[in-house]
Design a protein around this ligand. Structure first.
Ligand code: B12
Ligand code: SF4
Length: 485
């Protein structure tokens, strides 16, 4: 049996700043197909950057029995459009959707997108093998766990699939199916371009921040791989793929500090001390842990700070960190020469200008002299399916009662190049946020000129024009009166 897996690209702007590495989830699903003795081909369009027509031509040429689309909410419309065209060129193929968006909004998708036959909710390694058996006539849809499907025109949700208990037992993601990605994997680390590979050492997160869907996707649990298995994959990246650096893609790499120490010790013991990066939370960090990570090669830690206001962190977004812990962590990172790369968001529920300015003040503290000023990401709150923010947006009437993730809404605010994911606005207006973003760009010297091609595309819409009108006003204000209001 032949399986075609596709990752549609979406948000173009992100390509400016990071390399596009194989989508690991699809790599895992592809490995499971190979292990079951079937043929598989992958088009990861973040890497290949093909036009839709070219994708369809390749898909038709390969002639798969099952076509699996993998996507998040940002690239859902590209996926829906592909599914329709694929159904036309391969009418007998089973079109399956998997990944974060189908996991979170399966029913809505199947109700409205007739070209998708089945949605896989959650992990795909075992589900894909069941679907192959379904296509071969060896299994009934009703007996497959963790899927949504149509039965006589009705959407049915199967019972949830049990999560894979032993992550060490999974074969590595099938990186050999992702074309020339190693050539595109260069990343600037301390002034040198190095090929970076990536891996996942755990699945899930035990926290429940109000804007994040992680707890829904992974059932609010975390499962770990053993240090041996993790370091084995690092060895594989270095030996087989000639990677010069690595990136732990885990949502939170440091949930269990003891395990991090064990991984670091093993990295050192096996002579794999190369530059690496990961995401951390500040609440369970210590200078000793960071020092061990540094010794093992860590050069950058990503941390979700989200807000500079302790009230927002504690009472509004359930982040379970405070700004004191953030400041300790910045200080330790600077003392140890690790780059602290923080993510902040504007427009939390109930956040006004005063608290938003606290975020800008805290962002300034992340500035790292040596690496230039780009060590902070600032975004505007967006509404993703399966989050508390989504519920709030419904309660507040920001999203219409009958909102569907399969439709575009002209009167809902969204951001350029970010897949019509609606923006959450409460007390801060778009005008105020534009002002703050411009202030931050002035402080951080964000290369605004690089964005101009994308901005032009957005200017073609009326909403885009209004948005950039606000940005323009804010820009003039900042230029005339400086960065302080
Ligand atoms: C690393 C990462 C990134 C990386 C790389 C993403 C990539 N495509 O590889 C970067 C930094 C680029 C990134 C960017 C963004 N990300 Co991101 N990212 C992650 C993260 C932490 C890990 C992804 C991963 O490798 N997971 C591990 C694999 C094993 O899981 P998986 O991908 O879900 O795949 C499994 C199943 O879903 C399923 N499956 C997947 N595809 C298919 C296909 C078929 C056919 C089948 C049967 C099954 C199947 O089987 C897989 C194996 O079990 C996840 C959170 C997480 N822990 O998953 C967020 C996550 C995917 N990101 C998220 C978001 C919001 C973003 C951004 C919008 C952030 C931003 N503000 O810009 C952008 C969007 C980029 C885009 N257009 O898609 C959200 C997505 C929510 C949503 N509804 O879409 C997530 C879930 C985090 C969250 N907070 O909720 N991200
Ligand atoms: S934002 Fe980070 S810590 Fe919070 S729930 Fe999501 S992954 Fe977990």
């Amino acid at each position: 049996m032949k399986i075609q897996l596709i990752v549609p690209s979406g948000y173009q702007g992100i390509k400016e700043s990071i390399p596009f590495l194989p989508t690991l989830g699809v790599g895992y699903v592809a490995s499971a197909v190979e292990a079951a003795g079937h043929q598989v081909s992958v088009i990861d369009n973040f890497i290949e950057n093909l036009r839709e027509k070219e994708i369809i031509k390749r898909v038709a040429g390969y002639g798969a029995d099952i076509v699996g689309l993998s996507f998040g909410s940002e690239n859902r419309f590209e996926a829906f459009s592909l599914s329709e065209k694929i159904k036309k060129v391969l009418p007998d193929a089973l079109v399956v959707a998997g990944g974060p968006h189908p996991t979170l909004a399966a029913e809505d998708m199947l109700k409205n997108i007739g070209s998708v036959d089945i949605a896989v909710i959650g992990e795909g390694e075992e589900a894909i093998v069941d679907l192959i058996n379904l296509k071969c006539g060896r299994k009934e849809a009703g007996k497959i766990e963790g899927v949504a499907y149509r039965d006589a025109g009705k959407i049915k949700l199967a019972s949830p699939r049990r999560q894979i208990s032993d992550l060490d037992s999974l074969p590595y993601p099938a990186r050999h199916l992702f074309g020339d990605w190693p050539e595109k994997s260069g990343i600037l680390i301390r002034g040198k371009s190095l090929r970076i590979g990536h891996l996942m050492t755990s699945r899930g997160c035990v926290f429940k921040c109000n804007f994040c869907s992680e707890s829904r996707i992974w059932q609010n649990k975390i499962r770990f791989r053993s240090p041996e298995s993790v370091v084995g994959e690092i060895r594989h990246l270095v030996d087989e793929w000639k990677m010069q650096a690595y990136w732990f893609y885990d949502s939170v790499f440091t949930t269990d500090p003891r395990r991090v120490i064990d991984i670091c010790d093993l990295i050192i013991k096996r002579g794999l001390v190369l530059p690496w990066r990961c995401n951390i939370r500040v609440d369970n960090m210590s200078k000793e842990l960071l020092a061990k990570m540094k010794e093992a090669g860590c050069y950058l830690v990503g941390l979700g700070v989200e807000s500079g206001s302790d009230r927002i962190l504690k009472e509004v977004i359930n982040k379970r960190i405070n700004t004191g812990q953030v400041r300790d962590c910045i200080r330790w990172c600077k003392e140890l020469d690790i780059i602290p790369h923080a993510f902040f968001v504007l427009s939390h529920p109930t956040e006004g200008m005063e608290e938003a300015r606290l975020s800008i003040d805290l962002m300034k503290e992340f500035y790292v002299e040596k690496e230039g000023r780009g060590s902070v990401g600032l975004g505007i709150m967006r509404i993703y399916p399966g989050t508390d923010i989504e519920k709030k947006a419904h309660d507040q009437g920001i999203l219409p009662k009958d909102y569907s993730w399969t439709k575009r809404y002209k009167d809902l605010e969204s951001l350029p190049m970010q897949g019509d994911v609606p923006v959450y606005t409460d007390r801060l207006s778009m005008k105020e946020m534009s002002g703050l973003i411009f202030q931050w760009q002035q402080i951080s010297c964000d290369p605004f000129l690089k964005r101009i091609p994308y901005i032009f595309r957005d200017l073609l819409t009326f909403r885009g024009l209004i948005k950039y009108f606000y940005f323009g006003l804010a820009f003039i204000k900042v230029k005339l009166f400086g960065i302080k209001d």
